[in-house]
Design a binder for this molecule. Structure first.
Ligand code: GUN
Length: 300
């Protein structure tokens, strides 16, 4: 039995960021516009702080101006909403990202609804969710992680038309938008979740499995159809029996490797794609704000 080939998300993301840098340079030369991305971080969550630092660094490297806004965990709804109103009105800001999770006293739904949909580079505003669900991709901002998964799948498989896809997890950030993107790519889509009776049986029929549930090593080798493509969205910090710690995905990579046709590693698979797609969405928003046709990020 041959081992699954590894889908190198890190390398794909590097190529995508290089293309983004070319497009921002073109835009700047033609119009003087520098795409701007505002990242709002509330509180001190260490994982979020790392993400936000990486986002800002990679944005600057791709010719995107990054504006970081750090607020204390004790911030009120009112204060946060006032900042979002300022960013909505600022013509140098084309993309706004509010890092999740937010502290408990803040209504995340209310905050996400306050972001101007044309600047909503996370694609979480109900208007963008609606555009995606109705297939209006020319208007939508598509959530970054599922968009990154789709780019990797299409790069590997070409057309997804008629393929059976199982999405594990039904979050607003990954599972639901992933299902919509796969449906639009003409796959036959099943979404399984914590109340699904026979997850393994659904997975065994699938040509594509996208695991996005947040449980380390949940997907086992005997759930996978030989040759299937497996996308692992999980980022789980674990402490091993010997006391060392590390990051693992939602897929039991050690065993699944022997059955799958191709799979994304953790780290180095979906993670780098998420940030690259955030930058791509920011540039898309900047092109649209100027009334220009945005780049097609799928093309090389
Ligand atoms: N927290 C975890 N994933 C995400 C994401 O894609 N966007 C935002 N804003 N916060 C997150």
């Amino acid at each position: 039995m041959t081992e699954a080939s590894i889908i190198d998300g890190k390398a794909y993301a590097e190529r995508l960021r290089a293309r983004i840098a070319l497009k921002t340079a073109d835009l700047r030369a033609a119009t003087g516009i520098v795409p701007g991305l505002a990242v709002v971080l509330v509180g001190e969550d260490p994982a979020s702080q790392v993400y936000v630092r990486t986002k800002s660094r990679q944005a600057e490297a791709a010719g995107i101006r990054a504006f970081d806004h750090k607020l204390p965990a004790s911030v009120t709804d009112e204060h946060l909403l006032a900042l979002i109103a300022t960013l909505n009105a600022d013509p140098t800001v084309h993309g706004i990202l509010v890092q999740l999770p937010l502290p408990r006293q803040i209504s995340a739904d209310k905050v996400l609804r306050a972001v101007d949909p044309t600047k909503d580079v996370d694609g979480f505003h109900p208007t963008n969710v609606g555009y995606l669900a109705t297939g209006q991709r020319d208007m939508a901002m598509v959530p970054c992680t599922p968009l990154g998964c789709l780019l990797l799948l299409e790069d590997r498989l070409g057309s997804l038309s008629g393929l059976d896809a199982v999405v594990i997890g039904r979050s607003n950030i990954v599972g639901k938008p992933m299902a919509q993107l796969l449906l639009q790519a003409d796959a036959t889509v099943t979404v399984v979740h914590s109340r699904t009776r026979a997850i393994a049986e659904h997975c065994r029929r699938a040509d594509i499995v996208v695991a996005a549930l947040g449980r380390p090593g949940f997907v086992k080798a005997d759930w996978i159809k030989p040759g299937a493509t497996v996308i692992d969205v999980g980022i789980n910090r674990i402490v091993r029996a010997d006391g060392t710690s590390g990051i693992v995905g939602d897929v039991d990579a050690g065993s699944v490797r022997a059955v799958a046709g191709a799979m994304t590693p953790v780290p180095g698979g979906v993670g780098p794609m998420t940030i690259a797609c955030l930058l791509a969405n920011t540039v898309t928003a900047a092109f649209r704000a100027r009334g220009l046709e945005p780049p097609d990020w799928r093309k090389d």
